[in-house]
Design a protein around this ligand. Sequence first.
Ligand SMILES: NC(=O)c1ccc[n+]([C@@H]2O[C@H](COP(=O)([O-])OP(=O)(O)OC[C@H]3O[C@@H](n4cnc5c(N)ncnc54)[C@H](O)[C@@H]3O)[C@@H](O)[C@H]2O)c1
Length: 439
Amino acid sequence: MNLLDRINARQFSVAVVGLGYVGLPLAVEFARAGIRTIGIDVDASKIDALRAGNNYIRDIADDDVRAVVENGTFAATTEFVPVHDVDVVYICVPTPFTANKEPDISYIVQASEGIAANMRNDQCIILKSTTFPNTTQGHVQPILERGGMKVGRDFYLAFSPERIDPGNKVWHTANTPIVVGGVTPECTKIAAAVNRVIIAKVVEVSSPKVAEMEKLLENIFRSVNIALVNELAQLCDRMGGINMWEVVEAAATKPFGFMPFYPGPGIGGHCILIDPYYLSWLAREHDFVTNFITLAAEVNESMPFYVKQMVLRQVAHMPVTLKAARIVLLGVAFKRDVDDLRHSPALRVMELLTQDGAENICYVDPYVPSLDLFGRTVHAVPYSDSVIADADIVVITTDHTAFDYERIVASARVVVDTRNATKNVRTGREKIHLLGSGE
Ligand SMILES: NC(=O)c1ccc[n+]([C@@H]2O[C@H](COP(=O)([O-])OP(=O)(O)OC[C@H]3O[C@@H](n4cnc5c(N)ncnc54)[C@H](O)[C@@H]3O)[C@@H](O)[C@H]2O)c1
């Protein structure tokens, strides 16, 4: 049987390189579908956890990980050698940016080299890490072809971006449509067939470059629209008398041509903040300036500064200095109901207030037990009514659903709400200072 027939007959095996927020759910999904799956990660602590059947990604059920480890469909290793024995290899490694906000594809390069050293004929390699157009053909393909094998003839190569939305209860790996673009039509066909084993709808495009650009468009679209409402939220506050949240809700009643986005303390995570920079960097190489990306970044990255100003304004009305003010941040993860702290705007707010002299800041977050603040480990404070009541200011930076906002407002003296988390709170509204409320 050739590779496509083996895939369609579900008689194939998979390796997933990089077992983080993207790779582990993908690997578990294949294993749950009965496909023999190997997970490869350079982080030995993750491999040890998985071998013991322990899950570390909140979006996956612990029982699902344990079950596939115990029944032998899923195994984890730090070695690339098993790549030789599988039919399909996914690459799900990080794509961060450097201190100067330039793309860092070194993880993709390292993973590709590990795969190249162990490849054999008739395998399909699928890159999933978000990256700039031409990474698959311009960077991964040459590494895989170094040993003399040729794409389309000896192996297949495609780009198929990830759309997972951690914390989303409705859309998950299996029911979220996915795009795939191969280097040759045969590459697209094979990579699409692999994806169809676990994903209901697979959309084929003409090349990896289209798929790479498509993923960036998705994330830039979000970044630009969030920046738009963030800017208008600031305008509402400047003008007074118009609540931006009410404006967005009203606009969202239009059944076509409008999609609601909401203001907030800024954007974070591993995607929307970083990915646009991958394209603006590439654009510079072509003497092109991506104005929308730059402007959106400027507005979104100014939001933690805006939140800091909101806090300072409240402190100015109190008989306490910023240095002595007891400030509690509620939620530090970059978005609701996740444990991901990467580039979190809440962390930025904490840093900015600390830089300005605040010495009494603590945070409550059921998902983030500790964090690093300028090289110092800060531990979460367990939630209690007295922690809230003792604070001069409570800042809602992440609107986790686990928080009881009615109770928080009842206990607090002053609440700075950056997420409209208190929208259903009826009593004590005079204590709430909502970003974009125009008050
Ligand atoms: N997290 C998301 O919600 C999300 C959504 C869509 C796309 N993406 C993209 O997917 C990619 C992965 O993101 P993530 O959030 O899963 O990252 P992550 O940091 O959670 O996981 C990446 C894993 O790769 C491992 N790794 C690094 N180098 C390796 C190597 N050379 N060989 C093997 N393993 C290696 C790391 O140890 C880590 O466990 C990124 O490009 C990201 O932009 C992420």
